[in-house]
Design a protein around this ligand. Sequence first.
Ligand code: 9MR
Length: 413
Amino acid sequence: MTAVASLVLTTAVTSAQAAGSTLQAAASERGRYFGTAIAGFRLSDSAYTTIANREFNMITAENEMKIDATEPNRNQFSYAAGDQIVNWARSNGKQVRGHTLAWHSQQPGWMQNLSGSALRSAMLNHVTQVATHYRGQIHSWDVVNEAFQDGSSGARRDSNLQRTGNDWIEAAFRAARAADPNAKLCYNDYNTDDWTHAKTQAVYNLVRDFKARGVPIDCVGFQSHFNSQSPVPSNYQTTLSSFAALGVDVQITELDIEGSGTAQADSYRRVVQACLAVSRCTGISVWGVRDSDSWRASGTPLLFDGSGNKKLAYTSVLDTLNGSSAGTCSVTVTRAEEWSDRFNVTFAVSGSNSWRVSIGLQGAQSLQNSWNATISGTSGTLTATPNGAGNNFGITVFKNGTTTTPTASCSVP
Ligand code: 9MR
């Protein structure tokens, strides 16, 4: 009897703890990390570091650990900028993805001018030196970045590194393993998300070959930069699971999705669902904190707006990580009556009569009033559930200085 009673208690406690209130907490509940790229020059912006510190537990240096940053002159290594980010991450209890040891792009001038065996040995020396410097501090290294062509050829990308011989990639991985045996070693690329694309298949064949021949590789990074020309493919989960079946971890390494509103939120939800459905998908990193921090700022591709408010995409990601059956209901948000100090928002739920709507109030906004739903919370994230009055409900929000419309996302509990 005692055993039964404590089992019930444990179950209740587990489910009460299951909902994480930040991306990192919610991802941790699912055995995964949630990361972001950090730009060193933004670390003096406290609005930026507050969000980054609260929401993310895996940090990638956006540019500071690239070849031009770490070896600006041949055999003169420069780690200050990379170290600043690693130190910020580790002093805040976060892990670090290393990005990147061998790449055709962002090479310093001296390397661009090398070729043949001189370049091969300079590349291997770079891999060895940088991986040794950061030894023991890196969760995963993007050892080689973007080594395949776009388009239908499935060929390697032509570059000075490629022209040193086809085995340059495996040579880089072997050097990285020797320098830091405990870091996971990843191949990282973009346009490898659609399982039917030649580039995806080419990377898959490389990884299969490496695993067959014992070349040290532990993970594949899918950058996953999406936009209207390159949307989240319908077979994205198939791509992740197919690579994982080769015996490597998969990570979503540079996620951003251009767009806004429910379409963007829906795309983010599908990416998170795909990762959650693949047990070896060990984490997701977005490529920046706020839209204004993005390399594609005009496409507003991230989870926070330029003022640091949580976007609908954020709520969608958080709810999906928290295991809500997102996708079986949806909610339309309409801004209604406006006064100087407050405004009304109405919500129309479709797809289910059993729903839970998470409402993200912005800034210091607070709840004044509500109708046709049960609302819990008065600021920050509110939760609305049916009260028998149907699927259309509303709230009145005190602005308290922020006029932005709250976000909302629907899930079926
Ligand atoms: O976000 C990075 C941007 O600040 C740099 O100017 C750019 C230069 O190549 O690199 C961006 O990051 C890239 C990443 O290192 C590799 N995948 C593509 C990213 C976006 O270009």
